[in-house]
Design a binder for this molecule. Structure first.
Ligand SMILES: Cc1cc2nc3c(=O)[nH]c(=O)nc-3n(C[C@H](O)[C@H](O)[C@H](O)COP(=O)(O)OP(=O)(O)OC[C@H]3O[C@@H](n4cnc5c(N)ncnc54)[C@H](O)[C@@H]3O)c2cc1C
Length: 374
């Protein structure tokens, strides 16, 4: 799809950073289950943690399509770094849209520069796709809320400075910004994730943590329906574009090997059954990208149909990314089975994309219902 001159400029800047500063390190980060702080700082130095934050709050104030192009390039280089960008952007978006003026002034300028990184804390032992089944509680106690519970699978939780925590307050869902250094906050690293392994997942234990009442984001009762739902739309959009990046990376690594490797006297790329896999990857990449652009343009136009377009884009892009990554491993043969090879990492990372921000099955249910009522 041809890009306008301004879009091309944006894409070039994102791509250069991704290819020079991220991709060469992605296997090492994956192996070490960490992204070095200097690399987070280099990313922050570009201002890209504040891509969606309005300029009046210190961000770049860029539009959704620009944010998509960023996620595409970073996601093609390293899904773990893209995941950090995803959750940070979800938190920033929630504060911007639902936070009080005080919260916006307090947090957005620092979220924009990456001086503080945000983590999104919804999942629990008993609540995954069924996000409303919150066991974490918030008890209103004068000028504070007291939070108790455990949040699971928190991307970048090991390092984040502030957590957007969802908890039930008198049975009603609510969202709070919780500073990492508050008494009673305990961070437990989770190691051994198969995909997005460098995204520094943690469990967040809240032991009767007193947060100021001013930390409430939105109103009590609107934590899931408003705050989480709208932030998850941003997360889903970010992941969908990240999957377009995975598709491009799977195609690149497959084409390289199909060119370099010979079998039965010819390059393996000349075998028609290998060509079929390459053709499917290339087609899926183009189609997923178009769906993402559509979702982004609807967002930029303030059109509510973006929510459905984003579900569609994420569903298609994540399923196709997993299929393409599996085919890339197939084309690589034994080499693709080796941890440390790009195709192997793409396969592990792409499976995560089918689980987070609404699993494939939840999306199928939603999309089937939408189709039958439209
Ligand atoms: C790498 C990684 C990072 C993550 N980061 C975060 C984070 O930063 N913050 C956060 O809050 N969470 C995070 N999560 C958690 C993630 O959001 C959940 O894993 C996701 O919501 C799914 O929940 P679950 O794993 O409990 O699966 P479940 O909800 O238990 O689902 C298990 C399976 O059952 C299927 N299923 C469930 N309900 C239905 C249904 N009604 N119909 C059909 N099938 C169904 C699902 O599709 C899935 O296949 C992360 C997870 C991973 C793997």
């Amino acid at each position: 799809m041809p890009l306008s001159a301004i879009r091309e400029q944006q894409q070039t800047a994102f791509r250069e950073f991704a290819r020079e500063e991220v991709e060469p390190h992605a296997e090492a980060w994956d192996r070490d289950e960490t992204i070095p702080l200097r690399s987070i700082d280099a990313f922050a130095g570009k201002g890209w943690f504040g891509t969606l934050i309005p300029a009046e709050h210190g961000g770049l104030g860029q539009d959704a399509v620009a944010f998509g192009l960023l996620n595409e390039e970073i996601g093609g280089a390293c899904s773990s770094l893209r995941s950090v960008l995803t959750v940070h952007s979800m938190v920033s978006y929630a504060v911007c849209r639902w936070g009080s003026d005080t919260l916006r002034r307090q947090w957005l300028p620092r979220l924009a520069t990456g001086e503080v990184i945000g983590a999104f804390c919804l999942s629990e032992e008993t609540s995954g796709n069924d996000a409303g089944a919150l066991a974490t509680t918030a008890v209103h106690d004068g000028e504070t809320f007291r939070l108790t519970g455990t949040k699971k699978w928190i991307t970048y939780g090991q390092r984040s400075d502030v957590y957007l925590v969802f908890a039930a307050c008198d049975g009603k869902p609510a969202a709070f910004l919780v500073e990492r250094n508050l008494p009673g906050v305990e961070v437990v690293p989770v190691r051994g994730m198969s995909g997005t392994r460098a995204s520094m997942v943690a469990e967040l234990h809240l032991h009767d943590v007193a947060v100021p009442a001013s930390s409430l984001v939105g109103r009590v009762g609107f934590g899931i329906a408003a705050v989480a739902t709208s932030a998850l739309d941003i997360g889903r959009y970010s992941v969908a574009w990240g999957c377009v990046g995975i598709l491009a990376a799977a195609l690149r690594t497959s084409l390289q090997h199909a060119h370099d490797r010979t079998s039965f006297g010819v390059r393996i790329g000349e075998h028609q059954l290998v060509q079929r896999m390459v053709a499917d990857m290339a087609t899926a990449h183009s189609a997923a990208r178009l769906l993402c652009v559509e979702a982004g343009e609807l967002k930029d136009a303030g059109d509510p149909r973006t929510v459905h377009a984003t579900w569609t884009a994420k569903y298609f892009a994540s399923c196709q990314a997993f299929r393409a990554a599996a085919d890339a491993v197939q084309i690589l043969g034994a080499r693709g089975c080796l941890e440390g090879h790009t195709a192997n990492r793409l396969l592990r990372d792409s499976k995560v994309m089918e689980i987070i921000e609404g699993s494939t099955q939840l999306q199928q249910i939603y999309l089937a219902q939408a189709a039958s009522t439209s």
